[in-house]
Design a protein around this ligand. Structure first.
Ligand code: SF4
Length: 337
């Protein structure tokens, strides 16, 4: 088996003090291969660990336990050429990509920096061509975009510039965290289309982090549902959104406006609001305090991921008669037939 591009190996991330720890991600193992150009959503409510997972993969957080590996090397030990390669091959698009950007720099600067740092062009006219091409690919007119300051652009335009910047580098993996949550609904599809374009044209796998199952359903091929730092359900997005098996996923799906008008929605809010539970004391399934199907076995130990179909598994004792997957087999759910 080839070395994965990026890998979480038994990664746990704990925030807070020794007396009051919060487990943001709980013993997660997931290997991502660059030859697998799919879009995988990581979804869950606030506090599910989805953003923590992205931050760990980007090297912004250090794991409390376990390792994050880039091409087999621990991220924390990357230096020189390996670090340069990581910074080029793994790109990110955040909720507000301009939040950390100097508001007095023009848009051109955001695109010129990677061109210069990664020597993508040999002349200023070559750099200009690259910028114009990248902007056009995300549906922006270069003459209306270049030369402007961030505040002169809409949220949707700024987000598309961030996608254009990622396209310039033709990354091996793009990690996006809530990329459309701050833009108008009317612009969401344009940005999602730009991300899909990056995925289809360059074969770039995308890790799409969101709380929004509707956009997840529209853009992704596979989905991982996280709850309190653990995987509840994972696999084919169409199967899971249309026929969720885990009680938590059922709750999430029931509380979103569903594109299928025949399917009822709503009713999940009450369960979401009544979820204040002391999770530190839980030894079994983390969802047990909210679960309407809870059984005695649910309090004994955390359920394994039980295989439901070739590309679908749920961590729930309701399916304990099915074959269980080893932790490191999570990525196998996203493999082509
Ligand atoms: Fe509910 Fe038990 Fe399944 Fe947890 S393992 S989701 S408590 S049925």
């Amino acid at each position: 088996m080839s070395t994965p591009l990026l890998e979480l190996r038994n990664v746990t991330k704990i925030f807070g003090s020794k007396d009051n720890p919060t487990v943001a991600l709980d013993d997660m193992t997931l290997a991502m291969d660059e030859s697998f150009p799919k879009i995988i959503t990581v979804a869950g409510e606030s506090g599910s660990g989805k953003t923590t997972m992205g931050m760990l993969l980007l090297g912004f957080y250090e794991p409390t336990w376990g390792q994050v590996l880039f091409r087999g090397q621990p991220l924390s030990a990357l230096k020189g050429d390996h670090l340069f390669q990581f910074r080029r091959e793994i790109q990110a698009v955040f909720q507000d990509p301009f939040a950390v950007y100097n508001p007095f720099y023009k848009v051109d600067n955001l695109l010129e920096i990677p061109i210069k740092n990664f020597k993508l062009a040999h002349s200023s006219s070559g750099a200009r061509e690259l910028m114009e091409d990248a902007l056009e690919r995300v549906g922006l007119r270069p003459e209306e975009t270049l030369g402007r300051y961030p505040h002169q652009l809409s949220g949707g335009q700024r987000q598309r510039i961030a996608v254009a910047r990622a396209m310039l580098l033709k990354p091996k993996l793009l990690i996006t965290d809530e990329p459309v949550s701050m833009v108008d609904a009317s612009l969401r599809s344009t940005i999602l289309k730009a991300l899909r374009g990056l995925n289809q044209e360059f074969g770039t796998p995308i890790f799409y982090i969101t709380h929004d199952l509707t956009t997840a359903y529209h853009i992704s091929d596979y989905i991982i549902i996280l709850y309190r730092g653990s995987v509840m359900e994972a696999g084919n997005v169409d199967t899971i959104i249309r026929n969720p098996k885990h009680p938590y996923t059922q709750l999430l799906v029931s509380s979103i406006p569903w594109p299928d008008p025949d399917l009822a929605w709503g009713g999940g809010e009450e369960m979401i609001q009544s979820s204040q539970v002391a999770f530190k004391t839980i030894t079994g399934c983390k969802f047990a305090p909210r679960c309407p199907y809870k059984m005695d076995i649910c309090d004994t130990k955390p359920p394994a991921l039980f295989s439901l179909e070739r590309d679908h598994a749920a961590a729930c004792y309701l399916y304990r008669d099915s074959e269980s997957l080893a932790r490191e087999e999570l990525a196998s759910l996203f493999a082509e037939a």
